[in-house]
Design a protein around this ligand. Structure first.
Ligand SMILES: [Fe+2]
Ligand SMILES: [Fe+2]
Length: 247
């Protein structure tokens, strides 16, 4: 039995892509086929695969039926986390999604799932991504303060959801945690954040996040061990569409 993860499939079988990196970058060419092939080679029916957000560009359920079908047909038990592009996933309707896909797909928010003696907890997360104002040498002179204030509100909402997920797992007797986020746990200016604080407080063994695309963004946040927690970026283009085994 094994636990795998990957984020940012950006499926769009029923939605048109506009001008995006997905149309321009080679790593995204045929990525659905590459990922499906890798899954079939690596993942067994008894394994678990966690999608770390941005699974589908569908803005409502009717627009992502084929995307969900694609995911459902991959091997293993499939657990999904919410990303900023998962418009079909109304934050208040996670229970309805779990009902709709009962026994087929599992949606992680304000709840938890288990893998052996681990609780899989998580939420979309949030970090302030700018705009940052730079000088000619790329040094940061300042940032959009209004946007940053808004960002703090979103962070607060997401930390509440994350704590709810941890507390549900703790109340059920779990003491070993793997924490999933869609957004990186910190932005490019931070060493720590409310999310790293929560990971440390609950002694999560690992924090797994996605969302960062393209060479220039892969090192925006923490990778490797920090304060006793192992951090991994698992966006699909970073992993070259090979699911990452985390347990
Ligand atoms: Fe993404
Ligand atoms: Fe994202």
């Amino acid at each position: 039995m094994a636990l795998y993860t990957l984020g940012d499939l950006h499926l769009h079988y029923q939605t048109a892509l506009k001008d995006s990196m997905q149309m321009k970058s080679r790593i995204w060419k045929n990525h659905e086929e590459v990922f499906r092939k890798n899954c079939r080679e690596q993942i067994l029916p008894e394994d678990t695969l966690v999608f770390a957000g941005d699974s589908s560009f569908g803005r409502k359920l009717a627009e992502c039926e084929q995307d969900m079908q694609y995911i459902a047909e991959l091997p293993g038990r499939k657990i999904l986390l919410r990303g900023n592009h998962d418009g079909y996933w109304d934050a208040k309707k996670t229970n309805a999604l779990n009902e709709h896909f009962r026994g087929i797909l599992y949606f992680l928010q304000n709840n938890f799932y288990t893998y052996e003696d681990y609780a899989l907890v998580g939420t979309k997360g949030h970090c302030f991504e700018g705009p940052f104002y730079l000088d000619r040498k790329g040094r940061i002179l300042g940032w959009d303060e209004k946007n940053e204030r808004k960002s703090r509100e979103l962070t607060e909402r997401e930390t509440d959801r994350l704590i709810r997920s941890f507390e549900a797992a703790r109340a059920a007797g779990y003491r070993k945690y793997l924490m999933f986020l869609h957004y990186p746990p910190t932005n490019i200016l931070e060493d720590e954040s409310p999310f790293t604080g929560i990971a440390e407080e609950y002694r999560a063994e690992q924090v797994i996040y996605a969302h960062s695309h393209g060479e220039s963004r892969f090192h925006d946040s923490i990778q490797g061990e920090y304060h006793g927690v192992l951090y991994s970026l698992v966006s699909g283009d970073y992993l070259k569409w090979k699911p990452k085994r985390i347990l």
